[in-house]
Design a protein around this ligand. Structure first.
Ligand code: GDG
Length: 480
């Protein structure tokens, strides 16, 4: 069996129990996928260095070798905080109003991708499968090909692919997308993101798409498909049944004092629709005076990307908005929103999910959303809670028995909370069973198998040794 070389921006190899914390969805999913693999996970350590040397730190835990490098401050500013999180993240989440285009960001992004390519290449053996993850590393495949790598290489995008009309607002967008054609397989979470990608390739690059999923642009061909990511179902159900989860369950139930809980768990990010969620809940409190005091919202939102200004702003807005709603509706013995900016261990989260009458998961745009699946997996089969889910999350295409809502509509959110509160047990069980079946079958192992087996099928001999002259994302201005 080939080894698997996973390359992503950050590396979070599985840690001993008790070192939980707020890992992102990608980290959680890949830890699970790599646990069984004889593989290497390569990426940035999260640390800075004065001078990039290409030194790699190796660590081994539970069969996974992690290989990490430190980056210079300028790299982190331009590549991570810059192009990845101030340009691509907002653009790919349809927020061109927040996207910042700066040539230095694009230059830093290219430089760091080159540094990754230079450093990881010596670790890759001829038979290895290479699997690159997410928007931080789109051009890495082309950088590796330029250095002569002929291995089977796949790329998975964990966030949405934007409609072409938005994508073209990115300067030198063609260069970025052409660089993706260096991979053999490209994966998206849903057909919707895949369609947008195909549409871009046809409209902007003059490519064409075969019915079998192969995309052709000039003499290059790549297979692109949808592979919806799942959770580590077994691990999460075990977490939900652990002693720590029971303690967390009891803690929440005790403090709820007979009141029902609406739970939300999200990285503090504008794409997660937290402001709109609070306003929808506020509308509910306004419209249903009789329900005040009978329920409360627990919003867990560990801060992320604190060095990016838009994240400071959203944090301030949410502090202010939650305070305002609490001030407006609270009683001496009841506060409508418990807004918590810290992370919890996975067992704790599982216990909180199980203790909650409903989950309100309403991103404005989300590649998939793993919290929705975790909520389903954590429920008591005899008395499950209700999932209210944004129709703009990738997960909505699989979890059709959730109460699907438009997260921008306060009325829809309010109505859905009311429906969930009053949903009869039989209906809750029926909806939950169908969602649970999907979360259980299409788990992270299924996701990894689907992607990796398509990558294994790539016929390298047929592909030949392609050249990849990729236009720069930050060409220097032409001087007279
Ligand atoms: C990206 C895409 C896609 C959150 N708070 C705590 C905590 N978490 C964990 C959750 C969940 C993960 O973080 C969040 O995953 P999501 O999928 O909801 O969102 P992103 O972080 O934005 O992930 C997303 C994902 O990649 C995978 O492809 O689904 O669309 O945006 O697992 O449980 N974990 C702990 N404590 C917390 O307080 N332990």
């Amino acid at each position: 069996m080939s080894r698997l070389i996973v390359i992503s921006n950050r590396v979070a190899a599985p840690k001993p129990q008790g070192e939980g914390g707020a890992q992102g969805g990608l980290a959680v999913a890949l830890s699970a996928a790599l646990r069984e693999y004889r593989g290497v996970w390569f990426g940035w350590s999260g640390n800075k260095t004065d001078q990039f040397t290409g030194h790699i730190d190796f660590e081994r835990y539970e069969g996974v070798t992690s290989a990490t490098i430190d980056l210079e401050e300028q790299d982190v500013d331009e590549y991570y905080n810059g192009y990845a999180n101030r340009t691509l993240w907002p653009l790919f989440h349809y927020r061109i109003d927040l996207a910042e285009y700066d040539r230095s960001f694009a230059g830093g992004y290219e430089r760091v991708n080159e540094r990754f390519a230079e450093t990881v290449k010596p670790l890759i053996e001829p038979d290895d499968l290479v699997w690159v993850h997410d928007y931080h590393l789109i051009p890495l495949g082309a950088q590796l090909r330029e250095r002569g790598l002929q291995n089977r290489m796949g790329f998975f995008l964990h966030i949405p692919w934007p409609p072409s009309r938005l994508m073209v607002s990115l300067p030198f967008h063609e260069g970025l997308v052409l660089s993706m054609l260096a991979y053999d397989v490209i994966g998206f979470h849903t057909e919707e993101w895949l369609d947008s990608f195909r549409n871009y390739v046809q409209r902007e690059l003059g490519g064409h798409c075969d019915a079998d999923g192969t995309i052709h642009v000039g003499d290059r061909s790549v297979y692109a498909a949808a592979y919806p990511i799942g959770i580590d179902y077994k691990e999460f159900v075990a977490a939900a049944n652990s002693a720590a989860a029971r303690t967390a369950f009891d803690r929440l139930k005790k403090s709820a004092d007979g009141r029902r809980t609406i739970i939300g768990v999200d990285r503090l990010d504008y794409s997660k629709g937290l402001e709109e969620r609070f306003l929808g809940y506020r509308r509910f409190l306004e419209e249903h005076e009789d329900c005040r005091g009978q329920l409360f919202m627990l919003q867990i939102a560990p801060p992320s990307r604190g060095e990016v200004h838009t994240y400071e702003i959203i944090r301030e807005h949410l502090d202010e908005l939650s305070g305002r709603i609490n001030g407006e509706f609270a009683e001496v013995d009841w506060v409508p929103i418990r807004y918590v900016n810290q992370g919890y261990g996975r067992e704790d989260l599982a216990g909180f999910y199980r203790a909650s009458t409903m989950a309100l998961i309403t991103p404005l745009r989300d590649g998939m959303n793993l919290v929705a699946k975790e909520y389903v997996a954590a429920q008591d089969p005899d008395d499950p809670g209700v999932l209210i889910l944004s129709r703009f999350a990738g997960a909505a295409l699989q979890l059709k028995d959730a109460l699907l809502v438009n997260p921008y509509s306060k009325e829809e959110l309010s109505d859905a909370i009311h429906t969930a509160l009053n949903m009869p047990l039989e209906e809750r069980i029926r909806r939950w069973r169908s969602m649970n079946e999907c979360v259980k079958q299409e788990d992270v192992v299924w996701w990894r198998h689907s992607f990796v087996s398509d990558l294994e099928k790539v016929d390298i001999a047929h592909r030949g040794t392609r050249r990849h002259d990729v236009p720069s994302l930050a060409p220097q201005p032409i001087r007279p």
